[in-house]
Each structure stands twice: as C-alpha cells, then as structure tokens.
Write a protein that binds this ligand. Structure first.
Ligand code: 0O2
Length: 212
C-alpha cells in the first residue's frame, strides 16, 4: 500500500472532525453562553513522526495494520479551553456524541507526566465513508487549557531541538514553567469564580429592582 492511500482516510477524518468540533463552539456562541471551547486545531501526523514512533514500537514501515492500531494519534485533534473546569464539560460533550465511540481516555491532568505535561486525551474510533465502504480509524483528541497548550507547544519544539535530551538548566526551567502554567490556570479559575459570583449578585439585585 502507498502512504498516500493509507493516510487518506485520516485526512478525511481530521477535516470532518475539525468541522464538527468547531461547530460545537459555534453553537455555544449562538446561545450566547460561555463556550468551554476556545479553539480547535487538527493535523495528520507527518510520515517522519509516524516512522519515529513505529521504530520505538518496533513496527516495520510496511505493517500498515499494526501502525493503524498501535499509533493512535495519526489523526490528531486539539480542543483548547479557557478554564480547567471547561475540560470536563468538553469531555462530557464528546461522550454524548453518536458519530464516534470513545475507546480510551488518558487523564494527564490528575496524573501529569514527569515532563510536566498536562492534557486530557480521548482516543476515538471514527467511521470514515469511502468509495469502498466504511473504514473505522483511530483518532486522538487532546483537550487542554490555553496555559497547558502554551507550555506543551514550547516544550514540544525544544524537544525537537534537543531530541529529548534537555540540558539540566533547560529541564529545570521547563519544570518551573509547568508549575507557573498550573498556577496561572488556578488563578484564572479563581478570578472566574469571583466574576460569576458578582454577576449572580447583580442579576439578583436587578430582578429585585424590577419587582418594585
Ligand atoms: P506530535 O504529533 O509531534 O505531537 P503511546 O502511543 O501510548 O506509546 P504515549 O506518549 O503514551 O505514546 O501517547 P500519548 O500519551 O497519547 O501521547 C501522545 C501525544 O501526546 C504526543 O504526540 C504529544 O502530542 C502529547 N504529549 C505526550 N507527552 C508529552 C510531553 O511530555 N510533552 C509534550 N509537549 N507533548 C506530549 P507525539 O508523539 O509527541 O507527536
């Protein structure tokens, strides 16, 4: 099989899922309520990264069935949220959907990785319609806050540069940055709670005023 043929259903899945997940954000906006989804991105894993991972897992490059089964993020979607609480809301919305099934959830928020990485991963089985019938593929949806995304993006590009072998000072800085991102998320959640309390207070006051 050619790589182009193998990757085609993944491309289709990423395109379709981007539209669907972005649609969830639009629906919140139309209802004029806070959207737990800030923005959505998607990509098909580059062939070079698939081959790197295949080597790690000792899969040879022509074992397309094993690649499809064991590399769960060939199709990858990311949903960014403003607040940590939003992540759970998004996961609940994903669990309710009827257009795919969830096959695995990985909670790297309650259990952050030793690198400092935090994110919630949902692996889904998604049916793609092709001219040769339905093809089910795996896709990974990563749900994270803007702060988690900022940290992961920087760490990912440094990882690329240093091939995972960070000099000690950079390693320490990344750990401190991960803690700072965690505190930023906490601060934002607290500010949000205060804003919501203030809004509820003024709403009540307004309603009382209208009764007279
Ligand atoms: P990309 O496309 O460059 O982002 P497994 O397949 O189970 O052996 P793993 O790591 O258990 O591998 O899978 P998991 O936990 O689902 O993680 C896969 C993806 O999560 C990674 O993809 C990253 O996008 C993200 N991730 C996991 N750990 C880290 C981390 O420490 N730092 C950052 N920045 N991202 C992380 P890839 O393979 O890196 O590919």
């Amino acid at each position: 099989m050619k790589w182009e043929t193998f990757l085609e259903p993944y491309k289709q899945a990423v395109d379709e899922l981007k539209i669907k997940l972005k649609g969830m954000r639009t629906q919140f906006q139309l209802e004029q309520t806070h959207s737990p989804i800030e923005f959505v991105t998607g990509r098909v894993k580059p062939i070079a990264s698939i081959l790197d991972k295949a080597r790690e897992k000792e899969i040879s490059e022509d074992e397309f069935n094993r690649l499809a089964y064991q590399i769960q993020d060939i199709a990858g979607l990311r949903m960014m949220c403003q607040f940590v609480d939003d992540i759970e809301k998004v996961v609940k919305l994903l669990r309710q959907r009827r257009d795919f099934i969830i096959v695995e959830e990985k909670d790297y928020i309650s259990h952050k990785k030793s690198s400092g990485y935090r994110s919630y991963h949902v692996v889904i089985e998604y049916p793609v319609q092709t001219i040769n019938g339905e093809k089910k593929i795996l896709a990974e949806i990563q749900i994270r806050t803007l702060a988690m995304n900022f940290w992961a993006t920087i760490e990912h590009s440094l990882n690329y540069k240093y091939q995972g072998q960070f000099p000690e000072d950079i390693q320490n800085r990344l750990q401190r940055a991960a803690e700072a991102a965690f505190r930023l998320d906490e601060e934002m959640s607290e500010i949000r709670e205060e804003i919501q309390e203030a809004q509820a207070f003024f709403q009540k006051k307004k309603e009382k005023g209208n009764q007279h």
